[in-house]
Ligand binder design. Structure first.
Ligand SMILES: Cc1ncc(C[n+]2csc(CCOP(=O)(O)OP(=O)(O)O)c2C)c(N)n1
Ligand SMILES: [Mg+2]
Length: 423
């Protein structure tokens, strides 16, 4: 029987008395004018947030924190900025492709780049991520190309990357099933003796939203994770909205404080600050790797765009709110910091802009030439090993299609190819 070690001393985040329930964070696209009132409201919102870990403020200045000290070389800072710029560009291109009828749907990540790049870059190669449907930035960090995401949103694929080699599981639409999957996986890591070593130990990180916290799955996951000391970081991106339901419809206490009721640490980070998110997630994963999991992180951020391309957020939220968050843009504060501190040259920014253009063009070209898979594709990659009942079902289905007199249908059915083998 495996023994479950109860951590003797958790290194907990600092605790301070709660001061309120409003959650604030930061803003986005930088075009547009803001009134002085909006500027002040935006900046004050971040600095007054309850127990918010922040290392780079919206003005692009480093701030200190008693527990989290992050020394970061200029090259690493540039590379974090590069990741955020490129995933934002991929996200904007995907939205344009949807509007042009090339994707069936898109779930924008605009505004959540720092939360996702900070968390994704904190992961070690041996860690495993369980995403929802908006984690395009984490996918990027795990080496899953945006083209792989496009297959899902074009409706021709259920996800074609390898979760084991990338450490990035498939997208999950059913909210928030992935919390249960992640908890089970993390329990497995513990049972297999994969934790305990700070360098080689494994950890799991699970991504979900503020709205997801109202689902029973999250409660069940928290209970199982805590009583089995599962090495899982629950990474909640509180982007303030669950489609049209604002976060005050989900909770009357800041979400990170819920962890206390389950007996594990909860910590609240400025999710629009890539440095703070990186530092806090690194700490949390390390806690898990060394047997002190689970940990809950609430990353305070904002969904700047619609829930999906099928949603119209002007129906349920005020433009003022969005304007306020624009002032806390996760990219802009890093750009300002790099420029002000002389940590990146104009050539760096020019080169990055060109790289983003190239990426967008590559994604567009790929999308326009993406082959449609045949109808038998649904039977592919279901099990690792051949399955006679599934093979029989596939043969039946192809025979059924071939029974049509329509020559075009028969040709389509016969010429179907696996979309993966085509690329
Ligand atoms: C079980 C379940 N119920 C309802 C939905 C429909 N739905 C899709 S996204 C969403 C809101 C999720 O909000 P949140 O957890 O805050 O994540 P966000 O979209 O903001 O990233 C809902 C209700 C679903 N996908 N699954
Ligand atoms: Mg949300």
């Amino acid at each position: 029987m495996p023994s479950y070690r109860t951590p003797s001393s958790r290194s907990r985040p600092p605790t301070r008395p709660p001061v309120g329930r409003s959650i604030v964070g930061t803003a986005m696209e930088t075009e547009g004018h803001h009134t002085p009132q909006q500027v002040i409201a935006g900046l004050r919102a971040t600095s007054e947030g309850e127990n918010l870990v922040q290392l780079l403020n919206p003005e692009g200045q480093r701030v200190s924190h008693p527990q989290f000290h992050l020394e970061i070389p200029p090259a690493e800072l540039q590379s974090l900025y590069r990741d955020m710029v490129l995933v934002r560009r991929a996200d904007r291109e995907a939205k344009a492709l949807q509007r042009q009828g090339e994707l069936g749907l898109w779930a924008p990540l605009l505004g959540q780049e720092a939360a996702q790049i900070g968390a994704g870059r904190a992961m070690a190669p041996q860690d495993m991520a369980f995403p929802s449907y908006r984690e395009h930035g984490v996918a990027w960090c795990r080496g899953v190309d945006p083209t792989e995401l496009f297959g899902i949103f074009r409706g021709i694929d259920h996800g074609s990357w390898d979760p084991l080699s990338t450490g990035f599981q498939l997208y999950t639409i059913v909210i928030p099933n992935q919390c249960l999957h992640a908890t089970g996986y993390a329990m497995g890591q513990r049972l297999d003796g994969k934790i305990g070593d700070a360098e080689h130990g494994e950890a799991t990180i699970c991504f979900f939203g503020d709205g997801a916290t109202s689902q029973g799955d999250v409660h069940e996951s928290f209970v199982w994770a805590t009583v089995y000391d599962a090495p899982v970081v629950f990474f909640c991106q509180n982007n303030q909205w669950a489609i049209s339901a604002s976060v005050d419809r989900q909770t009357r206490v800041p979400l990170y404080r819920r962890a206390c009721g389950y007996g594990f640490p909860g910590i609240r980070v400025d999710g629009n600050d890539v440095l703070a998110t990186l530092a806090v997630t690194r700490w949390a994963l390390q806690e898990c790797r060394t047997g002190n999991g689970p940990v809950l992180i609430e990353a305070c951020t904002y969904r700047m765009d619609a829930h999906t391309t099928s949603d119209d957020p002007t129906r349920y939220r005020l433009a003022d709110e969005v304007e306020e968050w624009k002032l806390k843009d996760p990219l802009e504060r890093v750009r300002v910091h790099l420029v002000r501190e002389g940590l990146a040259s104009p050539e760096f920014f020019d080169g990055l802009a060109a790289e983003a253009d190239e990426l967008a063009l590559r994604l567009r070209n790929y999308c326009l030439s993406m082959p449609a898979p045949g109808p038998e594709r649904i039977f592919s990659h279901v099990y690792a090993e051949p399955s006679p009942p599934l093979e029989a079902a596939r043969a039946d289905y192809l025979a059924y299609l071939a029974s049509f007199t329509d020559a075009a249908s028969a040709t389509d059915a016969a010429s179907v190819t696996d979309v993966r083998s085509a690329h």
